[in-house]
Each structure stands twice: as C-alpha cells, then as structure tokens.
Design a protein around this ligand. Structure first.
Ligand code: ADP
Ligand code: MG
Length: 450
C-alpha cells in the first residue's frame, strides 16, 4: 500500500514537500484510527501536522487504512522506530469527515503547473529566466542570493517553483524549502509563542536551498527581520543557495533594515520587466495549446489573441484569467470565440486594463480636443480657454487613472494637490448643468479608453 500512498502524496503535496516533510516521518503505530509518527523535532511535527496531516490521513484511508487522526511525537533517537512503509496494522474506527483546515496554510506546496517548460521566455524576462535556470542546475553556488524582483503577476513565483521542481528532479536528496515571507513570519511567531525557537532555527538552517517569496512582506516587522537576517547569514556561511523575490529592488523596500538590504544586494539582482506585446502573445498561444485538449472543437477566430495581447497589459495573471473565462464562456454557449464575444465577455477586464492610461496621454488628448498646446496643460496660464481644459484633464486623470491627487499635481507642472482637487470639483459642479461639457467628456472618455 505505501507505494501507492507515496505516489499520491507526491502528487498532492509535490515532490519537494514530500522529500522535506513526509519522507523523514517514522511510523510508530496505528491504533483505533489514530496513526502515530515520530518526528525529529516538535516544530517539524507541528509543521507537518498543520500542512500535510489531512493529506496523509486521506491517502491512508484511500489505501484502505482506517485513519481518523494523525499524531506526531518527537522521536526517541536511541531506538530507531520502524519506517513508515510498515504501516499495515488494522484498525476499525471510521474515518471522520472533517473539513480541511490546512488548505490555506503555509508550507506552500509547489504548483505543478509552474515549471520551466510552461514559462514563456521573452525580452522582458530573459535575464531572470537565465538566472533561475542557472540556480536550478544545482551546481556550485555562484551567486547568493538570487534576488528576483518585479511587479505583480510577472512570473516571480512561477520561476521560483520552477527552480524547486527542477532541483528536486535533478537532485532528489536536496532539502529545498520554499515559502512566502509571510509564512516565514507566521512560523517564526508561532515558534516564539510555543517556545520552539531552537527547533525553528534548526529547521531553517538545515535546508540546502531556501526560497523566500515576496520578502517585502517582512519590512517593518522587526523581530522577523532579525531572524531572517540570521537565517540568511547562517545559510550563506554554509554555502547554501538562497532565492528571494520581492515586488521591488532591495534598495527600494521601505522599512527594511540596511544590513538586510545590503545582504540582499550581494548576490545577483535581476528584475522581471513588464511584459511586452510579443511575450503576452506567446503566453496566450501557449495557453490555447493547453486548452485545446480540454475544450475540444472550440474555434478561436483570427485576431482574438492579438487583440487580448494588445489590450490586456496589466499582468499575466489577468491575461490568463481572461482567456480562461473566454474559453469557459464560449464552450458554455457553444460559440466560436470571436472578437465580439471577447469584447462582451471581457468588458470588465478590458475596462480595468485601460486604467493603465497615463496622465500624459490624457493631457495630450484633451489639449488636442480643445486646440490648445500641450505645454499649456502644465504651464501657469489662467485664462479660461486654457484653465478649463486643464481642469478637465485633471478630472479625467482622477477618474481614469489610479493616481493620487499629489501625483496628479506633480504631472501638472508641480501643482499642489488642493489645486487638483479644486479643478476636479469645478468640473463635477459644471457637469450638473453643462450639457456641452458632458458631451465632450463622454467623447474624450471613449477616445481615451479605446
Ligand atoms: P508573481 O509571483 O510575479 O506575482 P506569478 O509567478 O504568480 O507572478 O505569475 C502569475 C501568473 O502568470 C501565473 O499563473 C504564471 O504561471 C503566469 N505567468 C507569468 N509569467 C509567465 C510566463 N513568462 N510564461 C508563462 N506563464 C507566466
Ligand atoms: Mg508571487
């Protein structure tokens, strides 16, 4: 049975987690529906219990063992217990249906889809990709840490999982630990609370590769930073590879201690640039290939992918979401995926994506419409024929971009935020009575949002 259980568990939690967390478990006994395992430390047991015990229980049940509860106790090292695969003792208790309380928990199982194979390489991410590949080869550590940064949805997590998958395939004995900085903090705080800080330290310092995702999260969290710093140093001293990601460059993370910043800069810092049209199209094409088997016979008209790659520029996650929705919708209504269908079905996403509009574009469009100079938008002139269009541009900037009033002010020649607010209010007031203004605004909006 254990062979099957093992296979399934690897599928559920990922090879990486399996090797790190489940393989070291030693079966001790199975009695009245309670299966017990020995673990090296209580921290280890706690982690496995929170993250994987439901999986273990479920798989043992599937394999015919009646297991209601999984318990862990710290092993007595002098008498090595039987290995887990000897779990054959019969038991009678009925397995209780219990909602999983571990799903949202740390331990961060790897996403099986996030591999190098499924990562589309383009200009904006080729350096990050090459660096990730290098680390994934598992050779001698050449740069430490690898620091990947970039905006939301540009593939940081994807690359980190890909590294872990690859390392696990090439060198199954390696202990690769991937988690988010938030999970790191959570585990740390918990270890403090439960007075298991030594276990915590031991665990994090005994991995071969440590990957911490979204490290900006620990900024401003003093004791977590402190612990992270020590963990980091201990691993670097042992020449263990570290991979870190963040939403910005180390030097730009606010409230992160300087010594940590400089440590993070010691290795290789690479950024993932915003996607370009070619990369987005490549990602869409790859996705469509994946969908072909799932949605057999679904036709996608020429130009639809190009349209999406052109219009949805925010991030890859949104792009993928749009395509998924489009396929699901088209198959539901049994229609070909046409441009019209895409426009209908994705109206909200397309609109949201348009908020990428820059203030500069708005100024240009408004200046053009009212036949004034672009430089007058930011200049000091106060005559009505110039001041009014300027206020309209302020109003549209507030409406159509996520920029704050001070930010808008800066782009209007360094005006104060109260001036911007005044302009926006003025236009809102006029809108109540001025139908010409309303027509103008409607037209400008349409032009700006394409
Ligand atoms: P981040 O961690 O940078 O916010 P993710 O790694 O979670 O972004 O990526 C968001 C989504 O976009 C994931 O589903 C990921 O697979 C996909 N994705 C991002 N970049 C690429 C790429 N170059 N090729 C294929 N998929 C990508
Ligand atoms: Mg991420």
């Amino acid at each position: 049975t254990w062979g099957l259980v093992r296979e399934e568990l690897i599928k559920r939690v990922g090879k990486n987690n399996y090797v790190t967390w489940i393989e070291p478990l030693k079966f001790s006994d199975l009695n009245n529906g309670v299966v017990r395992f020995e673990v090296p430390t209580s921290f280890f047991g706690d982690w496995v219990s929170r993250n994987f015990s439901d999986h273990i229980r479920a798989q043992l049940n599937t394999a015919g063992q009646q297991v209601e509860r999984v318990e862990f106790s710290v092993g007595n090292r002098s008498t090595p217990p039987e290995p887990m695969r000897a779990a054959t003792a019969p038991a009678r208790a009925k397995p209780a249906a219990r909602p999983s309380d571990t799903d949202e928990m740390p331990g961060a199982p790897l996403d099986a889809r996030f591999t190098f194979d499924s990562f589309v390489v383009g200009k904006p991410n080729e350096l990050a990709h090459a660096a990730a590949r290098r680390v994934a080869e598992g050779g001698p550590v050449t740069f430490n840490p690898l620091f990947l940064y970039g905006g939301v949805g540009l593939g940081k997590t994807h690359l980190m999982h890909a590294i872990a998958h690859e390392l696990q395939t090439r060198q199954p004995h390696l202990r690769v630990l991937y988690l988010s900085a938030e999970q790191f903090m959570y585990r740390f705080v918990q270890a403090l609370r439960e007075r298991q800080i030594m276990d915590f330290k031991e665990l994090f310092r005994s991995v071969d590769v440590l990957m911490v995702d979204d490290v900006q999260f620990i900024a401003g969290k003093d004791s977590t930073q402190e612990e992270f710093f020590h963990t980091f140093n201990a691993l670097v001293d042992q020449n263990k590879q570290i991979v870190i990601s963040a939403d910005r460059a180390p030097g730009e993370i606010k409230d992160l201690e300087d010594r940590i910043k400089s440590r993070l800069q010691c290795g290789l810092v690479v950024d993932l640039h915003p996607t370009d049209y070619e990369l987005r199209l490549g990602i869409l094409q790859q996705k469509v290939e994946l969908y072909r088997s799932q949605y057999k016979g679904l036709v996608i008209a020429d130009g639809v992918l190009e349209f999406l790659a052109h219009r949805i520029t925010t991030n890859v996650r949104v792009l993928e979401g749009a395509l998924t929705r489009l396929f699901a919708f088209a198959s539901l209504v049994g229609r070909e995926i046409t441009l019209e269908l895409a426009q209908d079905c994705l109206a909200d996403i397309l609109r949201a994506s348009d908020r990428k509009l820059t203030i500069e574009e708005i100024q240009r469009k408004v200046a053009e419409h009212y036949n004034i100079r672009l430089s007058d938008m930011i200049g000091p002139k106060r005559v009505r024929t110039i001041a009014r269009p300027r206020q309209i541009a302020m109003y549209l900037a507030k409406q159509l971009t996520p920029r704050s009033l001070p930010e808008i002010g800066r782009r209007f020649g360094g005006r104060d935020h109260t001036t911007i607010m005044h302009g926006v209010r003025k236009i809102e007031e006029l809108m109540a009575t001025d139908s010409q203004l309303n027509d103008d605004l409607q037209m400008l909006r349409r032009q700006l949002q394409g």
